[in-house]
Design a protein around this ligand. Sequence first.
Ligand code: C2E
Ligand code: CA
Ligand code: CA
Length: 527
Amino acid sequence: MNYVSEGCFELTGYMPENIINNKETSFKDIIAPEYRDSLRKEWERILPHHLLFNYEYEIITAGGVRKWVLEMGQGVYSEEEEVETLEGIILDISDRKEIENMLRYNNEHDSSTGLYNRNYLENLMKRETTAKKAAVGINLTAIQSLTMDYGFHYTQDLIKNIIEALKIHCSAKHQLFNTYENRFVFYLKDYEDKNELVGFCEAVADTLGSLLASERVSGGIGIIEIDPTDGCDTDQIFKNLLIASERAINIDDRDFGICFYDTELEEQIVREQEIIRELAAIASDENDGGLFLQYQPILDLKSDQISGFEALARLKSEKLGLVPPLEFIPIAEKTKLIIPIGKKIIRHAFRFLNKLRKNGHDKISVSINISVMQLLKKDFSDYLFEMIDEMAVSPENIGLELTESVFSSNYEGINRILGELKKAGLKIALDDFGTGYSSLALERELNINCLKIDKAFIDDILATDKERTIAVDIVSMAHKFGHCAIAEGVEYGEQREYLQHCGCDKIQGYLISRPLDEDKALRLIES
Ligand code: C2E
Ligand code: CA
Ligand code: CA
């Protein structure tokens, strides 16, 4: 070191004279060790080409403080093109670096949790070329409901605890990110196989399950394997991960289900989207498209006559063929399309009632399945009474079938509405009885007329261990509460005899008839 200016002291804490001729310290020693090698290489690169040196690195001052500097310099050459000396200046750029670092930090981290964010994860996924990489998405959207009950700070604290708990699963191969509000993603690399992924997710599920058990919050864990040969479309990856984690929420009765995004799920989703498209078209159309009803007769055991029909919705899709109601009704509910579609079903059923009356069967009833969501709609009963007026049907001939789940939301409100409908003469039936969460204490107070005993209990009648068949007890309980009992899914004569014997009022099932098209239903009753 031949020459050092006065500014050296302010920058490094060393006096110039101590550095000149490496008297006490060599400048090389002031450079932070990790940069020394690359600095030397950079000089070696530029000198033969007479290029300018321009490099940012850190130094360690006499006081032990790290500082960012920018060094700009060049070689001084002899006539023989030999490098004689190097000359240049070194500037303190710590302030600028601090701002840069802060900007980078904010760009890469979630501000409230301090975890790396989606932006950073996207770059990482794109950059890393390892053969095995996967993302595990943790869906905690249900936590939002706690905010409503206990306030924002409560959930914020809970989230902090969740992050701390999740961190125990972090390692060099398992990194945790906060990709969106209340959404966390583990990025996994260099894993063995699917089993390892599932094992990891199960451990995470256990952690979350025990942490959140007392909050009664559930969630879902989605897994997606990232195909390294398939250009990394991060938007699509996050979208699919969200779909898988949402599926996982209701997957079995665990608090935290686990679901892979794979071709099977993808096909399911394509099919579901097609069904949604058809349902939306039906809902917005004057005509009913592929929606129609079939009618399954209900036999009165005392008179041995058909006393009514249950209306069952059908969807015939051009692309998918006949779609079973157990598939399209839940989709209609999830998308709220059940509201407009339910209205169409009611209108259809009323039209059938009118047809029956025109043909002289004015005592035959038609019962319609109603989803919780329809009933919770404020104007449900208004709409129903309007339609009854408009189509001039008799309320006594209308049945409504509801599952026990309607009472899990707003029990009192729902029961009041049912009371009104019942008073107007409609017959209310509790569908699939025995499978839901009714309590016997409640059953007594419900404003209903009938219990429909679920097929599972009717199947039991044929079981070898007849002692344990409880269909008879359900019938007598219904009667004690003043309700009539209808058995569903009766397929065999032996079941009918048993039910007749224990005083069941009505039966419905393949033994009598499968659900029929309107014309066939009418013909059946005429015969
Ligand atoms: P659900 O209300 O319990 O209807 C009875 C189901 O059992 C019908 O299935 C019927 O075809 C079937 N079934 C009747 N007798 C027998 C039998 O002897 N053996 C067997 N194995 N099955 C029998 P479906 O038509 O597939 O309807 C399934 C479910 O879809 C219905 O169950 C109901 O929950 C729902 N659903 C149907 N139509 C509507 C509707 O218009 N609105 C609403 N909200 N739900 C509907
Ligand atoms: Ca039903
Ligand atoms: Ca049923």
